[in-house]
Design a protein around this ligand. Structure first.
Ligand code: TNX
Length: 535
């Protein structure tokens, strides 16, 4: 690609041109505009190496459904008629992973990329269509060469504190795909609800997916409480899960299911108290308040059998390499009081309950590894010794991630203090809707750099990427979930994708964001109007 100037788009800005980046989010690595336009219309021909390719099928559907453009799709025979869009992997082997080249000339559009790369080139092209509408339009001539800074760009959704429908989950995945965010972390189990059908344990959905009351807010002594005694719940059937997995895969989004252990498991004990350290306790119920609960799985053979059976069904449903096993916020007092645990600690020659947790996670890891998968855990899995092949999600600041990288473990950065907890405030407490507290304004998440300076360049390679988390204690509706995600997810997409030298908050928020907000409006997404634009 010798015709590409080897400079980032920021270097191309000139005084006459107030939108040098053509509005693309996340900002691409290299972008060079040239004179002229390409006319996209019903007459345009779409040519592809394979008409069966996932990205090609997605694009044809998009043109039809969003733009009512019935465009002819043909296998590329080498003969390229005027006014064609050519999607090809030829020459893509020279590109970095997930990279693409998008070239628009008056005669044709060429997207070169393989797999996700081709898909991302298509997403950038869609963003160049006025309003993302994909109707007949004239597109600016441009040459873009692009690839991600990090291979892992993630977004988590907590469907336990409040439940979200399959339709909403698909919309969430649509948004992720449009902004090249490629890992959907699905938080499926917690104290307040178990949300995935497990055939072997029907009570998980009959009992553990339902709580007695709809509870909104009593965590930080803030007012609105809603104890209306209406049972609240929901779960996904295995068929629905398969449907979502397929939907995500068509958009190059990998799904990481999370099954929490040993903590955040109160809902399970409402159905199967024998898995706790206090099996005779009769007061277990699916939690109706937020916070940390003290009953956790007992490290008994019965528990390991249960968790392995659950994980077997989970791994049958989710084809991805990673299974998230939680590991966070597991208080050890129940283990301290349990005769069984104390004997086990002695028998295994362990020092304390932290090492017992490490033993717990390592046993689960061995099982997951035996099925050809790897575990991810919250940074508490460092305590008592990290499992040999585990990836660490650093949420209590960056310390866990730094420690893990120094032990040559893969890390995903998602520090709650750096704006990545998008359940936190986007603006002033007195004007924002009920929330979890903490500050995560748009510029804070945008400015986050997932590579800690204290790591050597060798250690930095273990940082796989970055994730934002939507915890749902205070998010009871889909509209509110959208409000919390948007536009912060767009900032996240630049944190994960865009090179440091191309990041520029003023350009992002004032120059590029407005057209995306218009697109979100058109597609009925609810978002928070960012201050720089609204004021
Ligand atoms: C901590 S972050 C949790 C979640 C809560 C969140 C917000 C993490 C691994 N655990 O269970 O939802 O704080 O309150």
């Amino acid at each position: 690609a010798s015709s590409i100037f080897m400079v980032g788009f920021a270097g191309l800005a000139n005084a006459q041109d107030n939108n040098p980046s053509l509005g693309i989010i996340p900002a691409p690595v290299l972008l060079k505009k040239s004179i002229g336009t390409f006319m996209l219309s019903q007459q345009t021909t779409l040519l592809a190496d394979s008409v069966m390719n996932k990205a090609v099928v997605f694009f044809q559907d998009y043109l039809l459904n969003k733009g009512m453009l019935k465009i002819k799709l043909k296998p590329n025979s080498g003969l390229i008629p005027a006014n064609s869009i050519v999607l090809t992997s030829q020459g893509a082997d020279k590109l970095p992973p997930d990279g693409y080249i998008l070239l628009i000339t008056p005669q044709k559009i060429t997207i070169t990329g393989r797999g996700a790369g081709l898909f991302y080139g298509i997403q950038s092209l869609i963003q160049l269509m006025p309003g993302g509408k994909a109707g007949a339009a004239s597109l600016p001539c441009v040459e873009i060469e692009d690839y991600p800074r990090f291979k892992y760009r993630g977004l988590m959704l907590d469907v336990c504190r409040h439940f979200f429908s399959v339709e909403f989950v698909k919309r969430y995945i649509d948004l992720m795909a449009a902004y090249k965010v490629n890992n959907f972390h699905w938080h499926l189990t917690d104290d307040q609800g178990w949300r995935i059908e497990i055939k072997k344990y029907p009570k998980l959905t009959q009992v553990s997916s339902l709580r007695a009351q709809t509870v909104i807010g009593d965590f930080h002594d803030r007012t609105p409480q809603q104890y209306d005694n209406t049972p609240y719940g929901g779960f996904y059937t295995q068929d629905q899960i398969r449907e979502v997995v397929k939907y995500a895969s068509a958009r190059y989004v990998n799904i990481i299911p999370e099954i929490e252990m040993p903590g955040h498991s109160e809902a399970v004990f409402a159905a199967y108290p024998e898995l706790s350290c206090n099996p005779s306790l009769t007061t277990y119920k699916v939690a109706e308040t937020w916070g940390i609960f003290h009953n956790i799985y007992c490290p008994s053979e019965q528990t390991f059998d249960f968790l392995q059976n659950v994980l077997t069904e989970v791994m049958d449903l989710f084809p991805g390499k990673y299974i998230h096993i939680g590991g966070d916020e597991a208080p050890k007092d129940a283990w301290k009081k349990s005769e069984f645990c104390q004997k086990l600690i002695k028998k295994l020659g362990l020092k304390d309950e932290e090492e017992l947790q490490s033993y717990f996670i390592q046993r689960i890891e061995k099982f997951v590894n035996s099925k050809g998968r790897n575990i991810i855990g919250w940074d508490e899995i460092l305590e008592g010794g990290l499992s040999p092949n585990a990836t660490v999600m650093s949420w209590r600041g960056e310390a866990g991630g730094i420690a893990a990288a120094r032990q040559n473990h893969h890390v995903i950065m998602t520090p709650g203090s750096a704006g990545l907890y998008i359940d936190q405030l986007q603006g002033k407490q007195n004007i924002e809707p009920l929330n979890n507290g903490g500050n995560a304004p748009l510029d804070k998440i945008y400015r986050y750099n997932p590579i800690p300076a204290e790591l050597t360049s060798d250690q930095q390679k273990y940082i796989q990427g970055v994730q934002a988390n939507l915890w749902a204690e205070y998010i009871a509706t889909e509209k509110k979930a959208e409000y919390m995600i948007l536009p912060r997810m767009l900032a996240l997409s630049e944190v994960g994708w865009t090179s440091l030298s191309n990041k520029n908050f003023a350009d992002f928020t004032n120059t590029r964001l407005p057209s995306h907000l218009a697109w979100l409006d058109k597609n009925n997404f609810n978002y928070r109007v960012p201050a720089a634009i609204g004021s």
